[in-house]
Write a protein that binds this ligand. Sequence first.
Ligand SMILES: [Zn+2]
Length: 447
Amino acid sequence: MTVESFLITGAALATGERADIRLEGGIIAEVGLIPDAAGATVVDADGLIALPGLVDLHTHLREPGYEQSETVLTGTRAAAAGGFTAVFAMANTSPVADTAGVVEQEASLGLAAGFATVQPIGAVTVGLKGEQLAELGAMARSRAAVRVFSDDGFCVFDPMLMRRALEYVKAFDGVIAQHAQEPRLTQGAQMNEGALSGELGLAGWPAVAEESIIARDVLLAEHVGSRLHVCHVSTAGSVEVIRWAKARGIDVTAEVTPHHLLLTEDLVSSYDPRYKVNPPLRRAEDVEALRAALADGTIDIVATDHAPHPVEAKQSEWDAAANGMVGLESALSVVHASVVANGLLDWADVARVLSAAPARIGRLRGQGEAIAAGAAPELTLYDPSASSEFGLERLAGRSVNSPYLGRTLPGRVVSTFHAGYATLLDGVVQPSDEVARHASAAGGDRG
Ligand SMILES: [Zn+2]
């Protein structure tokens, strides 16, 4: 079977330079002024920015176990629609991804779907119960080659378990990705703790519940000389702790979600459960601190925390509604709106925080490479000039719990290329059977 080749013409690279890009033979074959490429499908990218394929370090794919919310197929289809070519799949599935068998199954489902590389995250503790370390070594040595471990959804609260996990993963250059939430301080919590939670009569979720765990964990990481990653940082105080830890030379990285860069707790006044998320939306001062931290490198990456839920889990009273928002399809536009439009980040920075750095933190090969001859054929074409109301037609996953529906957002992902093939072309997600056929012809999805 012949693998299709593409000639992308007139794209602006993240550096601002204009170039044609030829994808052929499972690599980016050529970048520059390319007069002609016989047999290639020509993609006109005039006015579009070519970014390396986006990499999400924090995606909930829900399969196995919660297929009414999302499957590996629908979640990676959402990834393609959002410009992502790789997603790290969180471990809170059913069964939990706490054994070599489950993580290998997850990776295989990703390969079969073909839309994006699915790199499984392993659970830190058995069943996410926080009682006993999972088989970290077996997951690392498995075909899924797990390097990121997380109990996300839950905090690894026991300091002794956290210490042992940090020590254990050093042997294979792994990292513990912590969902920093002191459980006792957040029992029954419904929104950010402050004046507004008092006014609305909702139980508060104090910033210190996040900040105290991060402070403890950076010290533990320093003590054992291991690598810590902090999930979805949401407060100005957390930024201060991480800034201090980095200045001290502690090996810590951190992520912020698109929604924590754009939305504030004021939206909770509507009692619309689309705005219910863990960690909660915070104050405008926190949003400002998170933006500044992303710009100055204190926060390393943007990760979506794509958390699909079926309609019935979100269309209920605020107290009963599930936490979480879908985020893959809107991520690039929200980053554009929150930190690019105001000049805090340029497109080269976007390529770093949404592609190169997450691939590096997760030790994922064949992703996050700058667009150049010889690099893996993973890229996305983005139209920065489009501005439109974010509608249901932009969502390509199974769930529709997006906080952006009805909101005007800048830009639009036009095309996505994964393993040298268009998974999204001219705004249309390509048929899954064709994508899967290509992925098997390409001999896998690692490019
Ligand atoms: Zn989390």
